[in-house]
Ligand binder design. Sequence first.
Ligand SMILES: Cc1cc2nc3c(=O)[nH]c(=O)nc-3n(C[C@H](O)[C@H](O)[C@H](O)COP(=O)(O)OP(=O)(O)OC[C@H]3O[C@@H](n4cnc5c(N)ncnc54)[C@H](O)[C@@H]3O)c2cc1C
Length: 405
Amino acid sequence: MTEKVQTRCVIAGGGPAGIMAGYLLARAGVPVIVLEKHADFFRDFRGDTIHPSTLELMYELGLLDEFLKQPHQEVRELRAVVNGQAVPIADFTKLPTHCKFIAFMPQWDFLNFLSTHARAFPSFQLLMQCEVVDLTFDQQRVTGVRAKTPRGDLEIRADLIIGADGRHSIIQACAGLQRQEFGVAIDVLWMRLSKKQGDPQQTLGFFQGGTLFVLLDRGDYWQCGFVIPKGGFDDIKARGLQQLQHDIISFAGFLRDRAAELDDWSKIKLLTVQINRLRDWWRDGLLCIGDSAHAMSPAGGVGINLAIQDAVATANLLAAKLRSGPVSMDDLRKVQARREWPTRLIQAMQVFIHRRVVTGQTSQHKDSLPLVVRLLKWFPVLRQLPARFIGIGPRREHFRSPSTV
Ligand SMILES: Cc1cc2nc3c(=O)[nH]c(=O)nc-3n(C[C@H](O)[C@H](O)[C@H](O)COP(=O)(O)OP(=O)(O)OC[C@H]3O[C@@H](n4cnc5c(N)ncnc54)[C@H](O)[C@@H]3O)c2cc1C
């Protein structure tokens, strides 16, 4: 037996894009159901960076004070260790936002916070353990989703289906939307190492001879990202765990007394880095946003924030119409037109960072600082540029969607 439900908007995926879009549409009085395939939001590791642009949106929603009561770390300046020299890279303290810092907060805490507040709206529903497996069509128009749940099959018909189901989106595949891939030369190994008193402050990472080791402060441990050449994990495995521990110590000597915690390959997770985006983010009855429309590299830690900006633009452009009925293809086209340019710009910057900074095409001299980094070191005012690009990003969104509260 398939349970059948009708609503105004159904969102596949309870990540940052899906939960924020659900929150805003429900706040505007649109009946919305968010479907998340997992039983909870715990995903280790999906990024923790809540940027000033997102914090500003929290302020605009009146949620900021409560949000900042959740456990988090505040980083006002990003520093990097480049070929052994500590250099400041980005200064967030001059940004024109209420919060002049990046908040590092586990993504599950962020999603729990937002979804708890969304549940306060009567038109919001979040169904966990509900995996979208297919779309339904009426000729060329997408009319709904089919999903599997522990209680049985579910079919939801809606005026708008939003694909917010991330980089392996089933929605984009079932909708037949074409994707452009951009070559990425790196993958990332993620792992944890314990944190100890006297450890240095958080940095952006350790750049050395064209390679990169990232350390993110997670309170009582370090989330470590080891950037490797694309497809190189098997070679690293063949060289053995001891060699990997040795490589890590060569980046960050203070980890010498705990690198041995990495005593099993199961403690090391491979992230296959992708950068891609859809040619069309929509078709009649359906819109993709967030990673489902454009998978981001972790470079700059901008993926969560870009996904949220997409959600805000979606609500700004569609909520009022959706309250009373379906939206047109022209309305959906406007969402892409609004968000495609910032996405292109950020992805182009990520490709540049991969090619020129991380994979070391510019670092022939292992002890020298690249020119860009030297300029940032000499002229503090320049550090506001990366802060602005990372912290706020191009074409920042503000809430303009209606509210029933
Ligand atoms: C290892 C790693 C580290 C990263 N680090 C950072 C960082 O530090 N800062 C940053 O800003 N970004 C980071 N990113 C990128 C960031 O995680 C993404 O850009 C961001 O999460 C995109 O949000 P989203 O809501 O579009 O998709 P996702 O966060 O991928 O959410 C998609 C959701 O859909 C659900 N889902 C998938 N398929 C289905 C289905 N069929 N049915 C129902 N639900 C489904 C998934 O379970 C998931 O909850 C990182 C990414 C990775 C992989």
